[in-house]
Design a protein around this ligand. Structure first.
Ligand SMILES: [Zn+2]
Length: 108
């Protein structure tokens, strides 16, 4: 599962991120540039919206099943889920976009 491990979509041998927030500009193994052009990762923002539906949906469902007494309890639970999952969503939205881009337009 190269995608889940955050490995390069082209060679699958090196990590896309060198730290939790820090992303390599190019692959340390095969030297492809991850951002092909200016604004390359703008599409990952849209994917981030889709990915964020997962923690929001799960926490809202959990709050519903646990009979959250007021709408503010829902709001607090969902807000906490958004804040806690935001770093993971940021990472995986970018990784997801890199894989989609490589699939649509493979590099030689
Ligand atoms: Zn690579």
């Amino acid at each position: 599962m190269m995608f889940l491990r955050g490995l390069c979509p082209h060679c699958g041998r090196a990590k896309i991120f060198h730290s939790f927030w820090g992303m390599n500009e190019q692959c340390p193994q095969c030297a492809i540039r991850f951002a092909r052009e200016e604004g390359f990762f703008a599409m990952s923002i849209f994917l981030g919206y889709l990915l964020m539906a997962l923690p929001i949906g799960l926490v809202a469902l959990l709050a519903y099943l646990l009979n959250a007494p007021t709408v503010w309890h829902y709001f607090a639970a969902v807000s906490t889920a958004v804040v806690l999952s935001a770093p993971w969503v940021f990472r995986y939205a970018r990784i997801w976009w890199l894989y989609i881009d490589e699939w649509l337009d493979p590099r030689r």
